[in-house]
Design a protein around this ligand. Sequence first.
Ligand SMILES: [Fe+2]
Length: 384
Amino acid sequence: MGSSVLIVDDEPSVCQLLSNRLKHEGFQCRTCSSAEEAAGLAQEKAFDVVISDLRMPGISGLDLLEIVRKKHPRTAFLMVTGVDDVRVGIDAMKRGADDYITKPFQLDGVIAAIERALQRKRLEIEVETYRENLEQMAEQRTKQLHIAMKRIEGTYDETLEALGAALDLRDTETEGHSRRVSRCCLEMAKKMECTGEQLKQIARGSYLHDIGKIGIPDAILLKPGRLTEEETAVMQTHARVGYDLVSRIAFLAPAAEIVLTHQEQYNGTGYPQGLMGQEIPLGARIFAVADTLDAMTSDRPYRRALSLAVARAEITRESGRQFDPEVVRVFLSIPDHVWEKIRLEVAGARLFSTAIRSAFASTAPSVGLPAEASLVPPRMSEVL
Ligand SMILES: [Fe+2]
């Protein structure tokens, strides 16, 4: 079907002339003798082309141009001017007309102008469609990327859980401790304006801080009494052993420095390097406070858990010695209920996983235990 053309001219003979020729060329033509009538028609129907006289009684061709442009930006609009009105024709193009035609008509020229305008519109539509497709494609790819990233994060969590579980098998005391310390570190780190990436590394590094204990012989790791000097030296290698292990895993490499430096003390009396003050990575300085808080408020074979008030007093006393004063300040600003909530949540998760483990062991041993990772809410990526 040919393109639809609306011809607007107050002189019926002009409408007739154009209409006859255009029909002959295969166009579908409608004619109007005023811009008002054309404006009404344009409200109902989108024409491919409008050819309008500039000067008409009532509203002018320029007014009609504005009306048509608003409603149908894809319609090709040709303004008809007298030979003396060329400047007005150019003005019409500035206002959105695609071309202008001068009277008296050269009909071949009119056809060529229409074809040119239609071709231009087609190109505009193609470009617009291409842009829209591109946007859609980019949006789709971004979504796919997010899904892939989420999957990778999930794999990271599972790797962390597996490493943690490996240590738990050797030293059951560390299980809840690692989780609690990691959560406590996050609470403080969030108040210290750490970036999202820093938070991630602090959470991972503090969770794995004692992973090097995997390499410590049972006779030392599980010894109930006091360690000899030699045994202590072996025990202290766990920071370096942990670092060597974790730094080889690409996504954990930035967290490895916390594993290496988690036993350093602010005043330089820690190990393995005896770092001082700001030489110690921020994550490890935060960890030192979280570790003491958790150790003091946990039951030990030789004493019951101490209260948060006692822990607060001890941490305050060690500010500037064992601990970074700035971290201590942030720690003190966090209310007790935050620490209590972390302890309860981690305890709840452990009880839950133990219950599930025994349920599976007694009813369907062949089914096996679902991944421990999925039983330990919240996961690293959920906390962050
Ligand atoms: Fe340690």
